[in-house]
Design a protein around this ligand. Structure first.
Ligand SMILES: [Zn+2]
Length: 243
C-alpha cells in the first residue's frame, strides 16, 4: 500500500505544472495524516494573492471554491493556483442561496461558473460547494458534479482574528478533515502561514480535494461523512454558517 501511495503521489506531482510546488514525497509515508485546506468566496482582489504567496513560500497546496462572477477579474490568481498545484472548483456564479432558485436556476449558476473557470484555466471543475452549505436534495440529484462540504469550519469569517482562527484549526484538525476558510479576509490571509506550519508540525500533509478523495478510496483516510454530501462541522452551527 505504501509503495502504491508513493507512486500515486509521484504521478500526481508529475501532473502539476510547477514541480517546485509539489507535495514532498514524505507526505506519502504510511501512518501520515492528511487534511485539505479549502478557501471559499474568492478570488479577492488583495487577499487571494496573499494566500497564494504563502502557499508558494511554504510549498503547500489548497483547493479554491471560486465565485463565478469574480473569475474574469481574478484570472491571474486562478492561473497561479494551477501553477502552484492547487485546485479551482465551483462555488456558484453569484453566491446565491440555492434553495431560493429553481432547478434550472441552480444548474445555470453552476454551468456559467464552470464555463468561466474553463475560459480562465482550460479545465472545468470536478467539485462544487453550495453557498451556506445549502441546496435542495432534488436539485442535487440533477447536478453532474461532486458536491463537497467541509468537516472543520474555521469560522474565520466570524472570528476575524488570525491567532484565534489558527489555534482553533490546530486544536481540532483530524486525519481526513476538509477545512473551511475564506480567502476574503486579511485575518485569514495572515492565518494561512501559521496554520500550514502548525498542521505540518502535528504530522499532517496538506493535499487537494481530489488527492484526499483518492486517499480515501485507498483507505488511507476516513472522512467522517459520505462523499455525496459532506456535512457541516456541526448541525448546530448551520444557522451561523457562512459557507
Ligand atoms: Zn461562500
Amino acid at each position: 500500500m505504501k509503495r502504491y501511495i508513493s507512486l500515486l503521489l509521484a504521478a500526481l506531482a508529475a501532473l502539476s505544472l510547477a514541480g517546485s510546488a509539489a507535495e514532498p514525497p514524505a507526505g506519502a509515508e504510511e501512518g501520515r495524516k492528511y487534511v485539505a485546506l479549502t478557501f471559499d468566496d474568492g478570488p479577492h482582489p488583495q487577499y487571494t494573492r496573499k494566500v497564494l504567496d504563502t502557499l508558494e513560500e511554504k510549498g503547500a497546496r489548497a483547493t479554491f471554491f471560486v465565485v463565478g462572477f469574480r473569475v474574469e477579474k481574478g484570472r491571474e490568481d486562478l492561473e497561479r493556483m494551477v501553477k502552484l498545484g492547487c485546485e479551482v472548483e465551483n462555488h456558484t456564479w453569484s453566491h446565491a442561496d440555492l434553495r431560493t432558485l429553481s432547478a434550472e436556476g441552480v444548474l445555470k449558476e453552476l454551468d456559467d461558473t464552470n464555463k468561466a473557470i474553463k475560459a480562465a484555466i482550460g479545465r472545468e471543475p470536478e467539485f462544487f460547494r453550495p453557498p451556506y452549505g445549502e441546496i435542495g436534495r432534488s436539485v442535487l440529484r440533477r447536478i453532474p458534479m461532486q458536491e463537497v462540504m467541509w468537516t472543520l469550519d474555521s469560522r474565520d469569517w466570524s472570528v476575524l482574528n488570525a491567532g484565534r482562527v489558527t489555534s482553533y484549526i490546530l486544536n481540532n484538525a483530524k486525519n481526513g478533515d476538509i477545512i473551511l476558510m475564506h480567502d476574503f479576509y486579511q485575518s485569514t490571509a495572515d492565518a494561512v502561514g501559521p496554520v500550514i506550519d502548525g498542521l505540518r508540525e502535528r504530522g499532517f500533509a496538506l493535499v487537494t480535494m481530489s488527492t484526499l478523495r483518492r486517499l480515501e478510496k485507498l483507505g488511507e483516510v476516513s472522512i467522517r461523512t459520505p462523499w455525496t454530501h459532506y456535512l457541516k462541522a456541526s448541525p448546530a452551527d448551520s444557522a451561523s454558517v457562512e459557507g
